[in-house]
Design a protein around this ligand. Structure first.
Ligand SMILES: [Fe+2]
Ligand SMILES: [Fe+2]
Length: 400
């Protein structure tokens, strides 16, 4: 009897049923108006009563939250592959003041997370920087934490954190998401995430799907200003002089090219950066992005996109400025493409890419800091030991 009770108690206390806020997968997410709005997602095993977000202007006062605002959270019951049910929450913190530091926490009256601090985008086009990582995907417990932590050490003031897809390897295995959020830890609650959909979001229960898995959207609250058929995977936002565009590289590329053409035709932003999981120019041995180039290259060249951030090839590469697949000559404007990886899975380098890639590397984990200034973009590529592997300065297009 004692043994059975002991077993029961052990099971109850060892599962996530009683997991606290440290296991809530709190993700601060970019909105389509980061001057005035930030989004947040989190999830629990037991449904919270009256889930909400509290937000206050950050200050050193212990009672900084005295005049806090409340935001109701939407809740969705998510059925996992093992038929268990968890609860995913999503909230939009709206009507914020630009260039202001806020503290927020998520939960309900019974249980709250810690207070996380973030800043809204400024109203002017001041300089800022952001972090970029290629596929985490593998080694989420063993290898990825050092990549996120080193990146954070290099740029703790990063305005946002872009992740170029394949966040986990098998999205139907819930433990992999748990591991990803372990790797990101409180950094994911503090720096707004800009996650990009990877092809592995289409892999579930041993099969490749035509449309992305149901485990993407409950983890994030992202802009839905792209194609209505690709919610939270095709979107854009403006941040102090930059238009950042996220494409879903796995489906509806031609439709997204039309959407992109219209978006870039209207933009008044000085800089345009695109992120898509699958690269237009491959660094992985035997791989090629011909299909992507056919769909997107003419639009990228037409608007002289400054930088394209990609993953998928599990190697590192940074191209020369390119136009129509060729190195540009003289002072002609070209687009720089970067392929990267932050996790432990590594591919062999494709040797036949030397004509377009200025630098390549393999068998290493990387992170990148992009400095956005009115007169130039600077991309610094670091290996996870903090060594600067590559730095490129990009001049603006005369079109903008
Ligand atoms: Fe991939
Ligand atoms: Fe991958």
């Amino acid at each position: 009897m004692f043994r059975i009770s002991y077993l029961l108690i052990s099971i109850l206390f060892s599962t996530s049923l009683i997991a606290g806020p440290e296991d809530w997968r709190i993700a601060l997410c970019i909105s389509d108006d980061p001057q005035h709005q930030m989004n947040v997602s989190w999830r629990t095993m037991m449904e919270l009563d009256n889930p909400q977000v509290q937000l206050a202007i950050n200050s050193p006062l212990v009672k900084f939250y005295k005049d806090h605002r409340d935001f109701i959270a939407d809740v969705e019951a998510v059925v996992l592959s093992d038929s268990s049910v968890v609860f995913a929450y999503s909230s939009e913190m709206k009507n914020l003041t630009p260039g202001t530091a806020y503290a927020y926490r998520v939960g309900s009256k019974e249980k709250w997370s810690e207070w996380f601090v973030f800043e809204t985008a400024k109203i002017n086009d001041d300089s800022f920087r952001f972090l970029f990582f290629g596929d985490p995907q593998n080694g989420l417990i063993s290898h990825v934490p050092r990549a996120f932590r080193e990146g954070y050490k290099e740029a703790p003031d990063a305005a946002f954190l872009a992740l170029a897809g394949d966040l986990v390897s098998v999205p139907g295995i819930d433990q992999q998401w748990e591991d990803l959020f372990h790797a990101g830890s409180w950094i994911f609650g503090q720096i707004p995430l800009v996650p990009v959909m990877g092809n592995h979001s289409y892999y579930i229960n041993g099969k490749w799907l035509d449309h992305y898995s149901p485990y993407w959207r409950p983890h994030f609250t992202l802009p839905e200003n792209g194609l209505a058929t690709l919610p939270e995977t095709n979107y854009s936002f403006r941040y102090q002089g930059l238009l950042f565009v996220v494409l879903n590289g796995s489906e509806q590329l031609e439709e997204q090219a039309v959407w992109l053409d219209e978006l870039l035709g209207q933009t008044e932003s000085k800089w345009v950066i695109l992120s898509m999981h699958q690269p237009l120019y491959s660094t992985g041995q035997g791989r090629d992005g011909a299909k992507r180039r056919a769909a997107l290259l003419s639009v990228i060249d037409k608007y002289e996109v400054d930088l394209v951030l990609q993953g998928h090839d599990h190697t590192f590469g940074r191209t020369f400025p390119l136009r129509n697949g060729q190195r540009v000559k003289g002072r002609q404007k070209g687009t720089v493409y970067i392929n990267s990886v932050s996790g432990s899975k590594q591919y062999k380098l494709e040797p036949a890419v030397k004509d377009v890639f200025a630098v390549t590397d393999a068998d290493k984990q990387f992170y990148h800091v992009v400095n956005v200034q009115p007169s130039k973009l600077t991309v610094m590529s670091y290996t996870v030991d903090g060594e600067l592997k590559d730095e490129i300065i990009i001049k603006p297009s005369n079109m903008r």
